[in-house]
Design a protein around this ligand. Sequence first.
Ligand code: NDP
Ligand code: 8X3
Length: 250
Amino acid sequence: MLVLVTGATSGIGKSTAEIFAKNSHDLIITGRREERLQEIKKQFESDHKIKVTILCFDIRNLKEVENAISKLSAENKKIDILVNNAGLAAGLGPIQSGEIDHWERMIDTNIKGLLYMSRAVSNLMIENKKGHIINIGSVAGKEVYANGNVYCATKHAVDALNKGMRIDLLPHNIKVTAVNPGMVETEFSIVRFDGDEDKAKKVYMGLQPLTPEDIAETIFWVANRPAHVNINDILIMPTVQATATNVIRK
Ligand code: NDP
Ligand code: 8X3
């Protein structure tokens, strides 16, 4: 299988790329941090004897997305699985004082970036007469929590797009799945709090969050169901987290 993972430079995306690499699948990995992409390529190609293609671009930029996908070799255009993972939360505060730049980053990345990638890659999948799009949503796409307003809205949009894509791509033998995690310890909270690592650590203090590997294993399982089986939607939480806000801490 050839697997394209967006946002593979850290967290869930990197672990997802790794589990497919360990299982001998070729990869196309994307992100903005080229040095990290190069390191990952070098490591995976030498450890797992697979081929890794790097696409370094900002998913918010339609031209960059279309360029990157249209320039893929004929072999690399036969993408079996697209993991729409690149995304972020920026800020955590009430709507009346929300930072416009935070809102635009989240909307442009989590909704528009995901749409640009899905449009470009689903057309290749239609040509190949098969494919599987795995959208990384969130518990924030299932419920809304205080101060999560715009992030929750973007993940609710992913939830809706996941359903819409499944309907539209049904005649084309393309599976569509959403994997929706609760708290996963990655660079997510560092990004959310604009680089404030102390604040980010507090999010996971006194509890055992999910690891990016937990989510990668779920994605890998979803991707490996028989041809006639599609997993529509999964909500996966740490055992100590019942809802977005009901968490047990020590
Ligand atoms: P990380 O911050 O560790 O990883 C985010 C990835 O997205 C990075 O590889 C980053 O790459 C990429 N990315 C962000 N913005 C852009 C952009 N403009 N263009 C291209 N790539 C971009 O966070 P996670 O691994 O936690 O997040 C992955 C996904 O999981 C996100 O969609 C997030 O919303 C979702 N999620 C996370 C949860 C959590 O608790 N961690 C829970 C539920 C869902 P680079 O910076 O190199 O561009
Ligand atoms: C990330 C999970 O609860 O921080 O999507 O919004 S949460």
